[in-house]
Ligand binder design. Structure first.
Ligand SMILES: *[C@@H]1O[C@H](CO)[C@@H](O)[C@H](O)[C@H]1NC(C)=O
Ligand SMILES: *[C@@H]1O[C@H](CO)[C@@H](O)[C@H](O)[C@H]1NC(C)=O
Ligand SMILES: *[C@@H]1O[C@H](CO)[C@@H](O)[C@H](O)[C@H]1NC(C)=O
Ligand SMILES: *[C@@H]1O[C@H](CO)[C@@H](O)[C@H](O)[C@H]1NC(C)=O
Length: 447
């Protein structure tokens, strides 16, 4: 346990806002959050001197170590040159799916349309301090938050009731199975929530957590079941696949390959994917698998995300047997960076917000509509194999649910920042217990 709690501080932070004036274009520029991970990590894994990289001319290195098809990218991967995206598309199984043969929309209750109801008798579903796997990024009460109302909201769909959370019943659903969350730090938050929701009914000596980045596994012996997290923030292979060291200037991805990641996905019985915020930081470089001379192409975030989603969709279309594997896609997690969007005339963010937004249909500018339409299009074709956890609208209401300043900050804060707390508030991730617990209840209801 102790080992785990030390290790978990190695987890990097996807992003932080040290200034409300930071524009969206540098949203996930992790240069701004240098050294946020455990300093010990830096001693153990010395950041390679940049001269080490430049002392080997790239031509020589590519002669000795040619980039072969599907060779893995890592954080030292470089583009020899970059040109504009030429519009290349790969003919795939997914592309050939006949979108007219979709299943009819089921006339079931829409679990994602509803409202938040204050309910301090049933919520929170667990106690923050009793979950040994809690992350210091998400433990808001421990880090000084005193208004705890954010833990007490229940999601009430308009047309039906959610089945109440029952950890034993969930374990029964998971018996003999591997449940794997795949994605970025938002998805990791949902995974931690799931572990916290589930762990209390398993005796201490019958459970274990094995930090084995990029795959981390929680095991429950008596159910022969695991709840796992796999770090793949762009879904496809990229130079950001190291869960700790991914503070890079350029994002380079293979637009056509999930091969390395998918070798882990194949072992899971239930898969929960997400990806979104990492595409919001500006152009992405593409290095196609058959590109041997190190020439990259460059594409805007939404376009690059579409290519990645299609590569992922191709894996789903060709490899997933829906009778054996359940696949879910979690839609974008909203941010609350500009209070003027819900309170016109104000200049803050989520800092000091302690109630949900009660305007039905509220939608902030952080949840990009073209991205949502693109996701709609991709998952629609996969409808017989993928279920959507459409958490965007319901989470939009929860401006009160973010850690704000109540989390561990690995970098010491300057007096200037401390005098203006909103400037470093985290309005991206979610406190636990809190909103991601409800995402997991929706998953529980969909299994
Ligand atoms: C629940 O909330 C109500 C209304 O805010 C309050 O009166 C009550 O004391 C709360 N109960 C608990 C158990 O916190
Ligand atoms: C939870 O589920 C288990 C197993 O399905 C069942 O035996 C138990 O009664 C349920 N508990 C509640 C409170 O519904
Ligand atoms: C445990 O689950 C795995 C699949 O995750 C399965 O291969 C194995 O046979 C199971 N073991 C037992 C003892 O049921
Ligand atoms: C998710 O819900 C929104 C409305 O909140 C809708 O516009 C969008 O099409 C839905 N997306 C998917 C993939 O179901």
């Amino acid at each position: 346990m102790q080992r785990w709690s030390r290790r978990k501080t190695h987890f990097p932070v996807l992003a932080l806002f040290f200034s409300v004036f930071i524009v969206a274009s540098i949203l996930y520029n992790e240069r701004n959050i240098r050294k946020i991970h455990d300093r010990k990590e830096e001693q153990q894994v010395p950041i390679r001197d940049s001269t080490l990289l430049t002392s080997v001319p790239s031509k020589v290195s590519s002669k000795h170590k040619p980039i072969v098809a599907a060779a893995s990218l890592d954080r030292f991967t470089k583009c020899d040159s970059t040109r504009k995206f030429h519009g290349r598309r790969t003919e795939t199984v997914y592309q050939k799916l006949d979108s007219s043969q979709r299943r009819e929309k089921q006339h079931r209750c829409d679990l994602f349309s509803g409202k938040w109801v204050f309910d301090n008798t049933s919520y929170p579903l667990y106690d923050e301090s009793r979950c040994p796997y809690m992350s210091d990024q998400l433990a808001c009460h421990k880090h000084g938050r005193t208004d705890l109302g954010y833990q007490n909201w229940r999601w009430q769909p308009h047309d039906c009731n959610l089945k109440r959370w029952n950890a034993t019943e969930m374990w029964e659903k998971l018996r003999g199975k591997r449940l794997m969350f795949v994605g970025d730090s938002l998805n990791r938050g949902q995974w931690i929530s799931m572990v916290c929701l589930l762990q209390s009914v398993i005796p201490v000596d019958k459970r274990s957590m094995s930090p084995n980045a990029p795959l981390t596994i929680f095991r429950a012996e008596e159910y022969n079941a695991t709840v796992e997290f796999y770090w793949a923030p762009l879904l496809v292979e990229s130079n950001s696949d190291d869960p700790v060291n991914h503070r890079l200037n350029d994002r380079i991805m293979r637009p056509d390959s999930v091969f390395k990641h998918a070798s882990e996905w194949e072992k899971a019985d239930i898969l929960i994917f997400n990806t979104y915020l990492w595409w919001r930081q500006g152009p992405i470089k593409l290095l196609w698998s058959d590109e041997e001379s190190g020439i990259c192409e460059e594409l805007d975030g939404v376009g690059a995300m579409e290519l990645a989603m299609e590569a992922w969709a191709d894996w789903v279309a060709s490899k997933v047997n829906p009778l054996k594997k359940k696949v879910f896609f979690v839609t974008m997690s909203p941010t609350h960076l500009w209070s003027r969007e819900w309170a016109p005339g104000t200049e803050g963010n989520c800092y000091q917000e302690n109630n949900p937004i009660d305007m039905e249909g509220y939608w902030g500018s952080g949840s990009d509509l073209p991205t949502m339409r693109m996701v709609d299009k991709v998952v629609d074709r996969l409808r017989s194999k993928v279920s959507v956890l459409n958490i965007t609208q319901l989470s939009e209401y929860r401006k009160d649910g973010h850690p704000s300043i109540y989390r561990k900050f690995w970098e010491s804060l300057s007096p200037q920042q401390l005098s203006n707390p909103a400037s470093y508030a985290d309005c991206i991730h979610w406190c636990l217990p809190g909103v991601p617990d409800v995402w997991n209840e929706l998953l529980f209801n969909s299994l």
